[in-house]
Ligand binder design. Structure first.
Ligand code: C2E
Ligand code: CA
Ligand code: CA
Ligand code: CA
Length: 277
């Protein structure tokens, strides 16, 4: 038994060492990827639930490595956040979005694209002047770029307030992302200047399924509406969920039911087919 115990512990230690080495090497590669601009952006259509029209998209970053492998943001975004590397990535995403979609955005003033921000972006606020310069040069109106602020990793609500207030003064709409998954969601609703609330997929998943969470979902919608926020539901996969959300007065939705995140050309085609413009 002792031998088995020792062997198991050694295996565990080995596994931990291997995992942290892998993370370290991934971190090194991520720094290189930023220098070499290995990021691409996919666009997930956002649908108006009342009309069925596509009103724009959420920009979602992917890391395309030179060997052809694509790394999901779930893996490298947290790594970047933990190591002070998120701001250059955010800047590259903003650059790509403006370059790829400026024609669409200039041609259709009602179209909008949502960009994800991390806590560090919001606390430093450096992306704002960067974005303003790019938008002006491209002739795109700031109100066509929505900002999604995640509550993950928020440290200083005061700093966040300052940046988000400035962003709104510049014309951007601000949404709180992944609402309900953090520990102090309701506090953020009070403290931050917001235009929209994104209901996290974990709540959408429970629609039509009896559970403690499914009883919370309608209340999140009501809170958002009573605060005058637009509501966006994410991760909608089934028609039943879309019907429920539409009937509850949720304005916008995105999810595989409508479309997966698409490369630029496919998104532009989707938008042309399904927008009212
Ligand atoms: P998120 O902001 O909550 O984005 C929604 C995620 O759900 C995306 O994953 C999207 O592809 C996925 N999704 C959308 N519809 C469905 C559906 O119907 N079913 C399922 N199962 N999944 C769906 P993705 O693209 O892997 O992004 C993961 C997370 O990485 C994002 O979650 C966001 O927090 C972060 N992220 C992505 N792009 C960026 C970025 O440019 N900057 C920052 N800071 N974070 C980003
Ligand atoms: Ca998001
Ligand atoms: Ca989200
Ligand atoms: Ca989410």
């Amino acid at each position: 038994f002792l031998a088995v115990g020792v062997a198991t512990s050694l295996l565990m230690v080995g596994l931990v060492v291997w995992l942290s080495r892998r993370r370290l090497s991934l971190l090194g590669e991520l720094a290189t990827a930023i220098r070499r601009r290995e990021f691409i952006v996919h666009y997930q259509p956002i649908i108006d639930l009342q009309t069925g029209a596509c009103v724009g998209a959420e920009a979602l970053v992917r890391w395309r490595r030179p060997n052809g492998e694509t790394v999901r943001p779930d893996i490298f975004i947290p790594l970047a956040e933990e190591n002070g590397l998120i701001e250059p990535i955010t800047h590259q995403v903003i650059e790509i979005v403006v370059a790829e979609l400026k024609d669409l955005l200039a041609a259709d003033r009602s179209a909008h694209i949502a960009v994800n921000l991390s806590a560090q972006d919001i606390q430093s606020g450096r992306f704002l002047p960067f974005m303003a310069t790019l938008l002006e040069a491209a002739g795109v109106r700031p109100d066509q770029l929505w900002l999604e602020a995640t509550e993950r990793g928020f440290i200083d609500a005061k700093l966040a307030r300052v940046t988000l207030e400035k962003a709104r003064q510049s014309g951007h709409a601000v949404a709180i992302d992944d609402f309900g998954t953090g520990y102090s969601s309701l506090q953020y609703l009070q403290d931050l200047p917001l235009d929209a609330l994104k209901i996290d997929k974990s709540f959408v998943d429970t629609i039509g399924i009896d559970s403690a969470t499914s009883t919370i979902t309608p209340h999140i919608i009501d809170i958002a509406k009573s605060l005058g926020l637009s509501v966006v539901a994410e991760g909608v996969e089934r028609q039943e969920q879309a019907d429920y959300l539409a009937q509850r007065g949720v304005h916008y939705a995105q999810g595989w039911l409508f479309s997966r995140p698409l490369p630029k050309a496919e998104f532009v085609a989707f938008y042309r087919r399904q927008s009212n413009g």
